[in-house]
Design a protein around this ligand. Structure first.
Ligand code: PMT
Length: 403
């Protein structure tokens, strides 16, 4: 429920991409938004009002001349948090650019007090046509947002720029847009995630079981609050939360460099990554051949403690403002977590027992205890890693307000 109480006015125009608009309306509704729909006459040749009523439970408006029409177009634009035109045809784009008022959508757009976002959909080379581009430019100059179109295969079979973004991609954009005035608007948050890989030879490395899910969830939760998020990630195949700047690293040494660089002006650092404490003293340049060696001895040396290096940076520069660590423990959870909280000079430590089958590495859920440097302790129940992340962000907000 990342769009609770948001009122989205979804305007659908006559493109074959209309069928995706039903899924988009459903996704927005499931995310907690109140969705009202405007269908143009051409859109009704592709989809029915009933389809949208079924997935949104909201109103579907089709007619400028129906009852109460004289106020409808004003009301709709006033009540909405966002007018999203998806799909938007070249024809509707032209009408909006030139201030036409010939149907419920165009009059509502003229009367709208809310922001307007457009998801273009058109075939062939229409998108590149100078007339279309001129309309886009004049709408952008008036602050209208453009989400897409994407490169891909179109209804005609042609491949090019003109496909409407997928519903899931549009939902991400609505979410991020909805967060722009959130509690963390303007705050720079750096998050690390995943398990570093310490090379043995060009093929092999020493790693750990971190999937990156908890760190990626923290990045998502911070984005939902409107933060500017930099996600420093060890190798993993997770999709980057939309709106985050992703910095890919592999080794602990690379993560150290990236963290120091990106926290130099950051308000918050959350170290959810599983950073290797040791690395092979020598990385072999050639792959070890098993035939030639009965056994393989590795001499491991300690990696720098990134959070300690951050503490020194914070001492010198004041950045990052708030530092949060995660403690992955298999025994004496609180004692070890408390010791790391102090030794690494953190503001907050998130302790998790990585031996639990439903918490820690890889799984979708986590059970954490938040340890404050003020001695406070808050045990959170088992929940999704995203809900853990949201609760953690609220706790960090308290620290920021106290700072
Ligand atoms: O990624 P998932 O599969 O979702 O699993 C989540 C998680 C278990 C990895 C995560 O919740 C977690 O516990 N991350 C921290 C793992 C870890 O390295 O914990 P640690 O107790 O070894 O280190 C304590 C803190 O110091 C951590 O914030 C770590 O990022 C940091 N550290 C560790 C080593 C090092 N050389 N420098 C560091 O800054």
């Amino acid at each position: 429920m990342t769009l609770p109480s948001k009122h989205i006015l979804l305007a659908v125009t006559g493109s074959i991409a209309c069928y995706k608009a039903i899924d988009l309306a459903s996704k927005l509704t499931q995310a907690g938004a109140k969705v009202d729909v405007i269908l143009t006459t051409a859109a009704q040749k592709f989809v029915s009002p009933l389809a949208f009523q079924a997935v949104t439970g909201g109103a579907v408006y089709t007619d400028l001349w129906g009852n109460d029409a004289h106020i409808l177009h004003v009301q709709l634009g006033e009540q909405a948090d966002l007018l999203l035109v998806a799909p938007c045809t070249a024809e509707t784009l032209a009408k909006l650019a030139h201030g036409h008022a010939d149907n419920l959508l165009t009059v509502t757009a003229l009367a709208a007090r809310c922001p307007i976002a457009i998801a273009p959909a058109m075939d062939g080379g229409m998108w590149q046509n100078p007339a279309v581009q001129a309309n886009v430019a004049s709408l952008q100059a008036r602050g209208v947002l453009f989400w897409g179109p994407a490169q891909g295969r179109m209804a005609s079979g042609l491949v090019g720029v003109g496909r409407m973004l997928e519903p899931a991609e549009l939902l991400e954009r609505v979410r991020l847009f909805g967060a722009r005035n959130g509690q963390w608007a303007g705050k720079k948050v750096v998050v690390t995630a995943g398990g570093t890989q310490e090379a043995i030879d060009p093929v092999r490395y020493i790693g750990n079981h971190s999937s990156g899910k908890q760190g990626f969830a923290v990045a998502q939760a911070a984005l939902e609050l409107g933060a500017q998020v930099t996600l420093i990630s060890a190798p993993n195949s997770l999709p980057t939360p939309f709106g985050a700047t992703r910095v890919d690293v592999r080794s602990a040494e690379q993560m150290l460099a990236a963290v120091l660089a990106h926290t130099a002006q950051a308000d918050v650092l959350v170290m959810a990554a599983a950073v290797a404490d040791y690395r092979p003293q020598h990385t072999l340049t050639q792959k070890v051949k098993r035939e030639k060696q009965e056994s393989l001895q590795l001499n491991l040396v300690r990696n720098a403690d990134i959070l300690l290096a951050v503490a020194e940076q914070k001492e010198r520069t004041g950045y990052p403002g708030v530092t949060v660590g995660f403690a992955a423990e298999s025994q004496d959870l609180l004692a070890h977590a408390q010791s790391k909280l102090e030794r690494k000079k953190l503001d907050l430590m998130v302790a998790n027992d990585i031996t639990a089958s439903d918490a820690g590495f890889f799984v979708e859920t986590n059970r954490v205890i938040l340890l404050g440097k003020d001695g406070s302790r808050e045990e959170l129940p088992l929940q999704s890693k995203l809900d853990v992340a949201r609760a953690l962000c609220q706790r960090i907000l308290q620290l920021l307000s106290e700072a």
